[in-house]
Design a protein around this ligand. Structure first.
Ligand code: ZN
Length: 263
């Protein structure tokens, strides 16, 4: 392959030297792609929500083939650094970095995560996150939580819409914890929770949804009031109650199936 001047410039600039653990797991050309994208992020040339250059342009910039670019992008996607949207390219996701949940989904399929496993993990992460949010939430973050609570009350007739706002509320609390590791872990568990829950969300009764909306309001009010203990207790109580409600749900449609037992 002829070495273009652009490729040469990038090679001599040392753009392809893998460093740090992020690129260690990707070897050779793939590692160069990972390093290159990381440099663009570190330089501020790529920010959350931005679209990556086209494959062709990346191939020219880095001096590797397009299949290598694609392999590199798959690695970055698995790390949660980029997300590809069909037909419109590859993007840096908005919000906290979320590890691709495929690995977790496989684990769930292999080892059969139970509903209780999921809620226990959520309690471990989110009770602490609620306490931190009460200490650290910015006014904008508090406002976001207020909007999600209002949306929860407005969507009690539609359990699937309710679920989306429910998850957004919890992501909002995690983001307000100010700890990016906690936020990423909550993001990952939320994605898995959503994947499972959207199939059964319609079973929730309106009474349960009203109770749940009320619990979210309590969490929000405690965070707004900077009341750490109340925020933690409210989150704990909410997750216990949500798990209990879900355990009592019965399929409304005939399409019950084996999955019901696992939920
Ligand atoms: Zn909730």
């Amino acid at each position: 392959m002829p070495i273009t001047t652009t490729a040469l410039r990038h090679r001599t600039a040392g753009g392809g030297v893998p460093r740090g653990s992020l690129s260690d797991i990707a070897e050779g050309g793939t590692g160069q792609v990972v390093s290159h994208v990381r440099e663009l992020i570190e330089r501020g040339a790529l920010k959350p929500g931005d679209r990556l250059p086209a494959e062709r342009d990346l191939a020219t910039q880095i001096g590797v083939s397009r299949p290598t670019i694609r392999a590199g992008l798959r690695t970055l996607a698995a790390m949660g650094v980029v997300r590809s949207r069909h037909g419109s390219g590859t993007y840096i996701p908005d919000g906290p970095p979320a590890l691709n949940t495929d690995a977790l989904s496989f684990l769930a399929a292999l080892h059969g995560f139970t509903r209780e496993d999921m809620y226990e993990a959520r309690r471990i992460l989110e009770v602490g996150a609620a306490g931190l949010a009460a200490e650290r939430a910015t006014p904008e973050q508090v406002a976001t939580l207020a909007e999600e609570v209002a949306s929860l009350f407005a969507s009690m007739q539609d359990p699937r819409v309710f679920l989306v706002h429910d998850i957004n509320f919890h992501r909002g609390v995690a983001a307000a914890s100010g700890n990016p590791i906690v936020a990423s872990l909550v993001e990952m568990v939320s994605a898995l929770y959503y994947e499972r829950r959207r199939e059964t969300a319609a079973r929730a009764s309106e009474r349960d949804l009203r109770d749940a909306a009320e619990m979210h309001r309590r969490i929000y009010q405690a965070i707004r009031a900077r009341d750490v203990d109340t925020a933690k207790r409210a989150m704990h109580d909410h997750l216990i109650q949500a798990s209990r409600h879900q355990a009592q749900e019965r399929p409304k449609a005939a399409k019950a199936g084996r999955r019901a037992a696992a939920q």
